[in-house]
Design a binder for this molecule. Structure first.
Ligand code: ADP
Ligand code: ADP
Length: 228
C-alpha cells in the first residue's frame, strides 16, 4: 500500500532555470504513472529525488502521507531500475538478483534469499539461467536480471528510467509484455519514464507530460494519444 505525493517540488542545480519547477502530482497506491517529455525536461531528476539520490530544493515529497524529504534512500524502500542497468559482471544471475538482500539491514537468511530469488526468477522466467554470468546473456535477459534485482527486495514502489531504451524492437516488445504481466501480478505503485508511446499506452494508468521541468498535462493514455 503505497501512495506517492509531490507538492510543489523544485530542483535547482545552479543559478539557471530550475530542472524541476513546481511539480505537483498524486500517485495512488498500485497506480502505474508514465512520465514523458523531451530530453533534459527533468524526468531523471524527478525520479532521483523520489528515490532519494538527489536533494529536493523546495517542496514536499510524501510517501503514504508521510514527508520523506530528508529520509535516506535505504529508508524509503523504493526500487529504481536505471537506463544502463549495470549488472555485476563477476557475479552469477543468482548472485546479481540476491545482491540487494545481502545489503539490507538485519541479515536475511540464506533460505529466505533462495526463496525470494526463486520467486523473482519465476516471475521473470530466469530459472534456467541462474548460474550464468551477465556476459553470457542476451540483452533482454540482462534487462530481466536488472528487474529481478528491483523486485526481489519487496520494495513499496518501483521507479523505472527508460528501462527498455537500449533494447531492439523485438526485445522491447517482449519486455513490455513482461512488465505488464509483472504489474498485474505484483500491483506495485510505479513511476516509469519512457519516450515510447506504445509503452505508455500499454502500461500506463496515467501519463504526466513534463516540459522544461513544468507539468504540462496529466491524463489517461487514451485522452493524451487519441485526442483529436
Ligand atoms: P531528462 O531525464 O528529462 O533528460 P534530466 O533530469 O536529466 O532530464 O535533466 C534536467 C536538466 O537538469 C537538464 O538541463 C540537465 O542538464 C540538468 N541536470 C541534470 N543533472 C544535473 C546535475 N547533476 N548537475 C547540473 N545539472 C543537471
Ligand atoms: P539522462 O538524460 O539519461 O538522465 P544525462 O546525460 O542527462 O542522461 O545525465 C547523465 C548523468 O550526468 C546524470 O547522472 C546527471 O546527473 C549528470 N548530468 C546531466 N546533466 C548535467 C549537467 N548539466 N551538469 C552536471 N551533471 C549533469
Amino acid at each position: 500500500m503505497t501512495s506517492i505525493e509531490m507538492k510543489n517540488i523544485v530542483k535547482r542545480y545552479g543559478d539557471g532555470f530550475p530542472a524541476v519547477n513546481d511539480v505537483s502530482m498524486s500517485i495512488a497506491d498500485g497506480e502505474f504513472m508514465i512520465l514523458v517529455g523531451p530530453s533534459g525536461c527533468g524526468k531523471s531528476t524527478l525520479l532521483r529525488m523520489v528515490v532519494g539520490l538527489e536533494d529536493i530544493t523546495s517542496g514536499d515529497l510524501l510517501i503514504d502521507g508521510k514527508k520523506v524529504n530528508d529520509l535516506a534512500p535505504r529508508d524509503r524502500n523504493l526500487s529504481m531500475v536505471f537506463q544502463n542497468y549495470a549488472l555485476y559482471p563477476h557475479l552469477t544471475v543468482y548472485e546479481n538478483i540476491a545482491f540487494p538482500l545481502r545489503l539490507t539491514k538485519g541479515a536475511v537468511s540464506e533460505d529466505e534469499i533462495k526463496r525470494r530469488v526463486g520467486e523473482a526468477a519465476d516471475v521473470l522466467e530466469l530459472n534456467d539461467h541462474l548460474d550464468r554470468k551477465p556476459a553470457n546473456l542476451s540483452g533482454g535477459q540482462r534487462q530481466r536480471v536488472a528487474m529481478g534485482r528491483a523486485i526481489v527486495r519487496d520494495a513499496d514502489a518501483f521507479l523505472f528510467d527508460e528501462p527498455l531504451s537500449n533494447l531492439d524492437a523485438k526485445l522491447r516488445g517482449q519486455m513490455r509484455t513482461e512488465i505488464a504481466r509483472m504489474q498485474r501480478r505484483l500491483g506495485q505503485t510505479t513511476i516509469y519514464v519512457t519516450h515510447d508511446q506504445t509503452e505508455a499506452m500499454t502500461l500506463g494508468d496515467r501519463v504526466t507530460v513534463l516540459k522544461k521541468g513544468i507539468v504540462q498535462q496529466i491524463a489517461s493514455p487514451r485522452e493524451l494519444y487519441e485526442q483529436p
